[in-house]
Design a protein around this ligand. Structure first.
Ligand SMILES: [Zn+2]
Length: 168
């Protein structure tokens, strides 16, 4: 994939195709929360600018990364009732820096080794889209996923009126 083909550089335009909802953004960063998956509230923090990976993080993004990841993680934790939030960066598949922010519960959570190394299979959704799913953990219901998205969005955007369009 060349940089000009980068799907994350498209920003909000590709959120539908990637089955995620933007819950917060500023001039440098965006936070999106997935609408399908094994854990409600699973989100991606990524710079708007095309920064290939963490080794190339520089400029204003480097200066603001700490506050962006802290506030995003705190909102995800509060919204989902998680004990903590895992943050991990891979970068093999999409060469545009994106931090996976995964709510984790000590009493049992899919986001342990099973999600990184465990068996997966493809699931075809009613919409026709296909997603990867864990063999061991079921996908969370759409209502629970949507509620987490809305809770994170409201926490990161003080004074925001709940928006039916984004919540749906
Ligand atoms: Zn990019």
């Amino acid at each position: 994939m060349s940089d000009s083909d980068c799907p994350l550089c498209a920003g909000k335009a590709l959120d539908e195709a990637l089955i995620r909802t933007e819950v917060w953004s500023d001039s440098l960063w965006r936070l999106t929360t997935v609408r399908i998956g094994e854990v409600a509230g699973f989100s991606y923090l990524e710079p708007r600018r095309h920064i290939r990976d963490i080794t190339e993080l520089d400029g204003e993004e480097a200066a603001t990364f700490g506050t962006a990841i802290a506030s995003a993680s705190a909102a995800i934790k509060d919204a989902t009732g998680a004990d903590l939030v895992y943050a991990y960066i891979f970068g093999d598949a999409v060469p545009h820096l994106h931090v996976h922010l995964a709510p984790h519960r000590h009493d049992g959570s899919p986001l342990v080794n099973d999600m990184i190394k465990g068996a997966r299979h493809q699931v075809r959704l009613p919409s026709g889209e296909e997603v990867w799913a864990s063999d061991r953990y079921p996908l969370v219901s759409q209502d629970i996923m949507a509620a987490a998205i809305e809770d994170i969005r409201v926490q990161l955007n003080p004074g925001l009126v709940p928006d039916d369009e984004d919540a749906g």
